[in-house]
Design a protein around this ligand. Structure first.
Ligand code: IVH
Length: 673
């Protein structure tokens, strides 16, 4: 393709992709399929690779993460990033309104949600994102633009054309509860400690050096301010509405995320509404913000050293309850991490009964200075898991017992260790400490791992207690009679289901087996990458740490953890036994086909359901053999690979265009032949 033609196509694709990104992420109203989007993105990636001089830092391809940032430069804010004066009572809000009226007379107010995340300043020039800077100390912050580009709700190129040539928007970078939970689920599965709260995690994520990791975690952003010399209106509310037209994610008036009011009554109605409804929001908020709407009146009222005089934050009470600490127990996880847990007298907190709360680690225990029988304050603020935040010391009875973090594992009495730089204590007795063994087996049988039906945590505990299983390989020696002999709760049917489920798990693909082994830090995604890059467990076991780090997504920490795993004889024995039982320890024949060109120059459309492949599996195989996959049948299609339930419309279209329709076997022959 000519340079000029490529430039035109890149521009066209970028504009289209940014438009669809906005439709999907900001408006939640997509108009094309994910597949069509991905195809355009692929085309753009290919063009950018072919014409590197045409690559653009604001290209939609940067959404998945650009280059590593070694250090974040410090940048001075053009206007300082102030904070808000806080109020905790409605009287304070009434006083604020009275003060405004005294100084400037009748005013219009804007009420917004106070998002509990991290502030960000975004500079746009000529409709393009130039810089994203953290709040820092308010005067200067860190430039984290590469990471900001991965936030799908932040436009890289603006829509419309009535934006000022140069301006700044301010907003809050947050995790939605859904994404935060997802991130923590992935961490727990990989044997890592879950993060405590979305706000701190959002702050930490913005400062990660690898934008790809930032992209993977999926941050969100809400805009709460527009600043510049030539703004479209003199109303804060009006400018926020304009920002929505330019493509920003802004609070929606129809959902009462932002509202205008003329007086205290209107402001209070907004506060009342969100005091009740805030729990149903997709993100955490810790209050509402009340601002004077008119920018000229704002200027007239001015600033104090730290905060504007034309705004105030009303903070909701963090949800707290006071209850008795009955005991402290210690949970030992699959990786040996020991977590103290407060066993509480059940209490109602934020709509749920709380019986247990996290005490996180030894440092937190020491900080709280807990005694058994204490009345403790439990809080559920941004945190998902309730936590003990304080002790009501004046209520402490005489002669109570102080809680000390144990020096030995509460389950197996092995002395605990604490790794340098980590807050967590670990029980190093990984092969004989019962909960570590059972939690590992539980992980092994889980749906995303070996997917063994009929085996859950309780059954694993039961089989372990009965001495039937000591490690994951023992599962494959289980016989139905042994289960039946356990008596209570077991019948022919349930015993058979378990044994058959275990047998069936031998078909689970290698990448899932690798995840199931529970190597520390090797979660689902990393396991998949490694399996595909390396191909077999034997090759993986033979690799040096340096070789391991050459694999995409594998850093030194993961590499070390993998090397440690294979260094243990017990683990190697388990793998040999799994091999003996027929568990897949290498990629399927088709998956290991080296990159080839058997299908070079051919374009395929894949449709329907297949017996031996997943649809994605077929597509990958096509691409690995040099072919192309397309979403719709056209005269350029070479073959349609049809599965069981391909629709009649597609078949007719293929026939009309004279495109051959082939089945799964024929396809397999094409690659093998
Ligand atoms: S206005 C000059 N509006 O709260 C006024 N801030 O305590 C500055 N925040 O650093 C901010 N939601 O990160 C404003 N709707 C909202 C907000 C909001 C959350 C954060 C912001 C700021 C902090 C101030």
């Amino acid at each position: 393709m000519e340079h000029e033609q490529a430039a035109r196509r890149i521009k066209e694709l970028s504009r289209e992709l940014e438009y669809h990104n906005h439709r999907y992420y900001v408006l939640a109203a997509p108009v094309i399929s994910d597949r069509a989007f991905d195809e355009m993105l692929k085309e753009l990636e290919a063009l950018e690779a072919g014409f590197p001089d045409l690559a653009d830092p604001n290209s939609p391809t940067q959404r998945v993460g650009g280059d590593i940032t070694k250090a974040f430069p410090t940048v001075a804010h053009r206007h300082p990033m102030l904070s808000l004066s806080n109020s905790y009572s409605r009287e304070d809000v009434a006083e604020f309104v009275a003060r405004v009226e005294k100084e400037v007379g009748q005013a219009t107010y804007v009420m917004e949600l106070k998002y509990d995340g991290v502030a960000i300043s975004l500079t746009y020039e000529n409709g393009r994102l130039m810089r994203g800077v953290t709040r820092g100390d308010g005067e200067k912050g860190e430039e984290v633009t590469n990471n900001i580009r991965t936030v799908r709700t932040i436009p890289l190129v603006l829509q419309g054309n009535d934006w000022p040539a140069s301006f700044e928007v301010r907003g809050e970078v947050v995790f939605t509860r859904e994404q935060f939970d997802k991130l923590n689920r992935q961490r727990t599965e990989a044997g890592e400690d879950p993060y405590m709260n979305p706000r701190n995690t959002a702050a930490g994520t913005l400062k990660l050096q690898d934008p790809k990791e930032v992209a993977r975690r999926v941050l969100d952003n809400f805009i709460y301010g527009v600043q510049g010399d030539q703004l479209p209106t003199r109303s804060h509310f009006g400018n926020i509405r304009k920002a929505a037209e330019w493509g920003f994610k802004t609070p929606e008036p129809q959902r009462r995320f932002i509202e205008q009011a003329k007086d205290l009554e209107g402001i209070m109605a907004f506060i009342d509404h969100w005091d009740i409804h805030r729990r149903g929001l997709e993100v955490d908020i810790d209050g509402v913000v009340i601002k004077v709407d008119d920018l000229d009146v704002q200027a007239e009222m001015g600033l104090t050293a730290k905060s504007p005089r034309w705004a105030i934050a009303y903070k909701f009470q963090a949800e707290q309850a006071i209850t008795r600490l009955n005991d402290v127990s210690y949970q030992v996880g699959r990786t040996g991490a020991v977590t103290p847990v407060a066993e509480l007298e059940p209490v109602l907190l934020a709509g749920t009964i709380v019986k247990r709360a996290s005490l996180f680690n030894a440092d937190q225990l020491a900080r709280l200075d807990l005694h058994i029988g204490d009345m403790v304050r439990v809080e559920k603020a941004g945190e998902i898991i309730p936590q003990v935040v304080a002790v009501e010391k004046e209520q402490r009875a005489a002669h109570t017992r102080a809680v000390h973090f144990p020096e030995q594992c509460p389950e197996c009495a092995t002395p605990l260790i604490r790794l340098e730089g980590e807050a967590q204590h670990y029980c190093p007795n990984e092969h004989h400490c019962p909960p570590q063994i059972t939690r590992r087996i539980e992980h092994f049988v889980a749906r995303k791992a070996m997917n063994i039906d009929g085996l859950g945590g309780e059954t694993v505990d039961e089989l372990f207690r009965a001495g039937l299983i000591r490690n994951v390989a023992d599962l494959y020696d289980l016989r139905a009679e042994q289960l039946l002999a356990l008596g209570k709760g077991w019948g022919e049917k349930s015993a058979r289901q378990v044994v058959e489920g275990i047998a069936a798990s031998r078909q689970i693909p290698f990448e899932q087996v690798l995840f199931a082994l529970g190597i520390r830090h090797v979660g689902e995604t990393v396991a998949r990458k490694i399996a595909r890059a390396v191909g077999s467990i034997d090759r993986l076991a033979a690799m040096s740490q340096q070789e391991l780090t050459a694999i995409d997504e594998v850093g030194p920490v993961i590499a070390e953890s993998i090397a440690d795993f294979f260094a243990v004889e017990g683990n190697r024995n388990i793998i040999e036994r799994l091999r003996h039982h027929g568990v897949r320890l290498e990629l399927d024949q088709l998956e290991v086909v080296e990159v080839g060109d058997k299908l070079k120059g051919l374009t395929f459309v894949v449709s329907g359901v297949f017996q031996n492949f997943s649809r994605d599996g077929i597509k990958e195989t096509i691409e690995r053999n040099g072919g192309k996959v397309s979403g719709s049948i056209s005269s350029k299609t070479s073959y349609v690979v049809a599965g069981a339930d391909m629709g009649p419309a597609k078949r007719t279209k293929a026939e009309q265009l004279g495109v051959p329709v082939i089945g799964e076997e024929e396809f397999t022959r094409m690659i093998e032949g």
